[in-house]
Write a protein that binds this ligand. Sequence first.
Ligand SMILES: [Zn+2]
Length: 236
Amino acid sequence: MTRSFIIFGLFFFISCQNNQNCQNQGKTSVDSSSTECPATSPGGSEVPAPTPSPTPNPKPIENPTSAEVPPEAALFTANLQYTNFEADDIAKVQKAVEIIKKVVASQEFKDRVIGFTYNGQKTFVDNGGLTNVQIYQKLIDGAETLTPEVDNEMDLELELYYSSRNTVGYTYPNQPRIYMNTKYFYSYNPVQVAGNIYHEWIHKLGFDHASSYSVSRDSSVPYGVGYLLEELGKNY
Ligand SMILES: [Zn+2]
């Protein structure tokens, strides 16, 4: 229960990265231009969620119905930059990356993403107008909004900081950097870190979700796939 709460909390802060209207809610500003969200409980925020613009995928889908995992999935990797990380912290993230790579390369991951259902339909909530097959392809392509080349790679910058407040972290809408509060990061195991980083990265692909908790939000692309990544990551 506590773990779920913490994950929700972290995911909540992530939710604001694409939300220009995210409220700071009385934070002590680290940088007045930052977008920060506290680690509130599900439903603890009344921040309205903007509807993201549909992100058409101009890339042709190759063999979208193929039963096999595409070879690019096995090559999927991460390009991470670290600020304020000690060796142990980097080791934890590297374990998380290895978990992400194994999950993304797996048949089950492909099947579960493509077979994802919401309200009896094979679809994600806030899917940007994309089918599950197209979403899976985007996850494999690794073409972030900020670095749009198809490189089968997660491109992210991670920066650790400490705050005693219930802020798991914050980010800027137009930066690949995630600011992560060590108050939470230190307590996470690598599988949790994997789920959190992957959720965050999915935002960088252009997917968003409601800021406050709802059942449907769990079926958004960042939450739905992030939870799936963590669930399957426990196998590795
Ligand atoms: Zn999020």
